[in-house]
Design a protein around this ligand. Sequence first.
Ligand SMILES: Cc1cc2nc3c(=O)[nH]c(=O)nc-3n(C[C@H](O)[C@H](O)[C@H](O)COP(=O)(O)OP(=O)(O)OC[C@H]3O[C@@H](n4cnc5c(N)ncnc54)[C@H](O)[C@@H]3O)c2cc1C
Length: 199
Amino acid sequence: MPTNVTDNDPAQSGATATAPVDGSATEPPKKFPKGVVLGKDGKPCRSCTSFGAWASQAKATLKTSHDMSSTAPSTIASAATSSTRRTDCPADVETLGRSSWTLLHSIAATYPPAPTPTEQNDLKSFMSLFAKLYPCWVCAEDFQQYIKKEEPKTGSRDEFGNWLCEAHNEVNRKLGKPTFDCSKWQERWRTGWKDGSCD
Ligand SMILES: Cc1cc2nc3c(=O)[nH]c(=O)nc-3n(C[C@H](O)[C@H](O)[C@H](O)COP(=O)(O)OP(=O)(O)OC[C@H]3O[C@@H](n4cnc5c(N)ncnc54)[C@H](O)[C@@H]3O)c2cc1C
């Protein structure tokens, strides 16, 4: 039985969660709210978890500590409402994802139309390391699989931009989101929309 993902998986990754291999999970398993994804250390992984699920587990954690100590009930309520949440908090799976796609598509937008062999190799290396180091581990494992199956196409800006758009659409499909029309990737990420709405 996987120990890293609670009974619904917001990442919907299909990734096989594995028990921590470093022997760190010696405590008995805790019950976390639905949707909280655990890291490989057996603790909740914020960058793998949606804001909503994270807020639920923060509320549950505070409630438990209140039950065991003297935390004021008002503290519990404020920790769980998005209206009072600061904007400079660690990234959850959505904010991390949006920022990361922005970086990746912007790299595509500034990639040369006719890259040198060195530039092509640099981009391949970057994508490979990006997929390894991506902070949401369930997302990273799926993305590594995708890159293995569909190698990044780095022959030109348009080739890479389209490849990346398809890769993003694969994640969109997995999450049940609408797919993006890849013929418009340059308008979205490089030139701005033809109607001038980005000018
Ligand atoms: C490599 C990677 C893997 C991820 N894996 C997971 C995962 O397994 N589980 C999970 O829960 N989250 C995952 N995410 C995060 C997820 O993809 C979204 O970023 C997150 O859910 C926020 O979605 P969003 O609706 O704000 O738009 P995003 O998907 O973040 O897209 C941002 C903007 O990009 C544009 N866009 C959308 N699709 C495309 C496309 N195909 N081509 C070009 N532009 C497009 C749209 O204008 C959109 O508003 C992953 C992110 C990355 C970078």
